[in-house]
Design a protein around this ligand. Structure first.
Ligand SMILES: NC(=O)c1ccc[n+]([C@@H]2O[C@H](COP(=O)([O-])OP(=O)(O)OC[C@H]3O[C@@H](n4cnc5c(N)ncnc54)[C@H](O)[C@@H]3O)[C@@H](O)[C@H]2O)c1
Ligand SMILES: [Zn+2]
Length: 370
């Protein structure tokens, strides 16, 4: 149970984000960031359940800064609205936020996305820090500077790139996560491992029971490797223009359509991604990808134990896929597994092939546990 902290930088157009991950990440970060924090006014946006479980963390930060003001935000996706952002902009204004004030996000990816959005827009940009407390937020949402809130019409519809000064992914936070949250974070880990880091894939295969059991000694190195993998991709394509960052959407083309069709809140994002990855693997094989590797990743996804899909109409899903904001003029963008550790972005999958594979997939999977 010893400390194990990985310290990386994510370099971007405006500087660099200091990333601390592992057991003892909070101590390491507070030690290194002492000068940055000293005397500053910090507005901590927190998910109340996380503060209840890990409230001592805020007290420790309060000791290092000029002044810490806590602002509770609604739990979960409900935080990511323009009206919540508006309430916080006004609180910052009334409470005297200045250009050198900092915003801090403490909780899952929802509060991280909201806090980055508020920090990026208030006074044309305040510095901010992230303390991600879910596995999904530590490996994915907190890395890469994308911040957004939702509109009733579409998720993540209004946002910007605003990189935090630091990300502190403390493994001890993960000890209180329910298994469903761990499973959803692991879905994103598998997404990255399959295309970017085969050592990580093997580690997840070997340690899955411990990872699903929330053992922080097993989780810490997985978080570290996933952060490193995502950081490399983000640095190679910071604003998703050259295409490489799109590899992170593996499993998300169908995953997003499933979430929208089944209903947000009725299927977890990570579970939708698990089904989306299963389908992307089938499509990869149909487009000439390595069948043995696809079968290997599919076996791992099956072991995650996501709930079965309800009965769904292929035609409605195909329509949603065509409407996705990532779609290009010629149609949907598919991220495929070409070979072990090698992804491919395919913009030319014939829609008849997608339709035929989707019918097969839904027929085989609906009503059956994965
Ligand atoms: N910006 C990005 O690049 C990016 C990438 C992926 C996902 N996201 C966003 O992230 C969000 C999802 O993040 P999430 O899965 O962390 O969800 P979340 O923030 O809604 O948190 C899920 C639940 O876990 C609870 N929780 C958080 N930490 C806990 C802990 N340590 N112990 C016990 N319970 C805890 C929360 O109270 C909440 O109820 C979505 O809004 C998604 O759009 C953003
Ligand atoms: Zn995702």
């Amino acid at each position: 149970m010893s400390a194990f902290v990985d310290r990386t930088e994510l370099r971007h157009a405006r500087g660099a984000t200091s990333q601390f991950a592992g057991r003892g990440a909070l101590d390491a970060a507070l030690a290194e960031l002492g000068e940055l924090l000293a005397g500053r006014r910090v507005f901590a946006l927190v998910q109340p359940p996380v503060a209840a479980l890990h409230g001592g963390v805020l007290d420790r930060i309060a000791e290092r800064v000029g002044e810490l003001r806590r602002i509770d935000v609604p739990d979960g996706e409900a935080a990511k609205t323009v009206s919540v952002a508006d309430r916080i902009w006004r609180e910052l204004s009334v409470q005297g936020a200045r250009r050198d004030s900092l915003v801090l996000a403490f909780g899952g990816g929802s509060v991280g996305d909201l806090a980055g959005f508020v920090a990026g827009t208030f006074a044309r940009g305040l510095g901010w820090l992230q303390l991600p407390s879910t596995l999904l937020a530590q490996v994915d949402a907190s890395i890469g500077g994308k911040c957004a809130v939702d509109l009733p019409e579409a998720k993540n519809a209004v946002g910007l790139f605003h990189h935090p000064l630091a990300v502190i992914a403390e493994s001890d936070f993960l000890a209180t996560l329910p298994e469903a949250e761990l499973r959803c974070g692991l879905a994103e880990v598998v997404k990255m491992a399959a295309l970017l880091d085969l050592d990580l894939l093997e580690r997840v295969e070997n340690e899955l029971p411990k990872l699903l059991g929330g053992e922080s000694d097993a989780l810490a190195p997985v978080v570290v490797a996933a952060i490193r993998a995502k950081t490399r991709v983000v640095e190679s394509d910071p604003e998703e223009t050259s295409g490489r960052r799109a590899l992170l959407n593996f499993g998300h083309t169908l995953g997003h359509a499933l979430e929208a069709e089944i209903g947000y809140g009725r299927i977890a994002h990570g579970d939708a991604v698990v089904h989306g990855l299963r389908f992307a693997l089938a499509l990869s094989v149909a487009r000439g990808g390595d069948a043995a590797f696809a079968a290997r990743v599919a076996r791992l996804l099956d072991r995650l134990g996501s709930p079965a899909l309800p009965p769904l109409a292929a035609a409605r899903l195909l329509e949603r896929i065509g409407r996705d904001k990532k779609a290009v003029r010629s149609g949907a963008v598919w991220v495929l597994a070409q070979a072990a550790g090698e992804g491919r972005i395919d913009r030319d999958v014939p829609s008849e092939l997608v339709a035929a594979e989707l019918e097969k997939f839904l027929g085989a999977r609906a009503g059956r546990p994965l």
